[in-house]
Design a protein. Structure first.
Length: 92
């Protein structure tokens, strides 16, 4: 748990330092910007920490139909669409 906490703190430090332009920068994943990638990572972490969040994401994936993993990921990104470097600074 200590290692995970340290890793997430380091990730937050990086996200907090990003400019709005960097937040919108594309990643190596086609169609994904930094915000979407951060939203996915945060959503995944939250689903592992909360049964309520996990159930929410699973319901979102089931409603989406199609590939289940894509549905979970889409739910994570959609739910965090308003995230920004500023909201990352307000976390923690």
């Amino acid at each position: 748990m200590d290692l995970a906490a340290a890793e997430y703190e380091r990730l937050l430090d990086v996200l907090r330092a990003l400019s709005p332009e960097e937040w919108r920068a594309p990643t190596e994943c086609p169609g994904w910007d930094v915000r979407a990638m951060a939203s996915h990572v945060l959503g995944s972490a939250e689903s592992h920490a909360s049964l309520r969040e996990l159930a929410h994401q699973l319901r979102g994936a089931a409603r989406a139909g199609g590939n289940f993993v894509d549905g979970v990921t889409a739910t994570q990104v959609r739910d965090r669409a308003g995230s920004s470097p500023r909201s990352a600074r307000e976390t923690g």
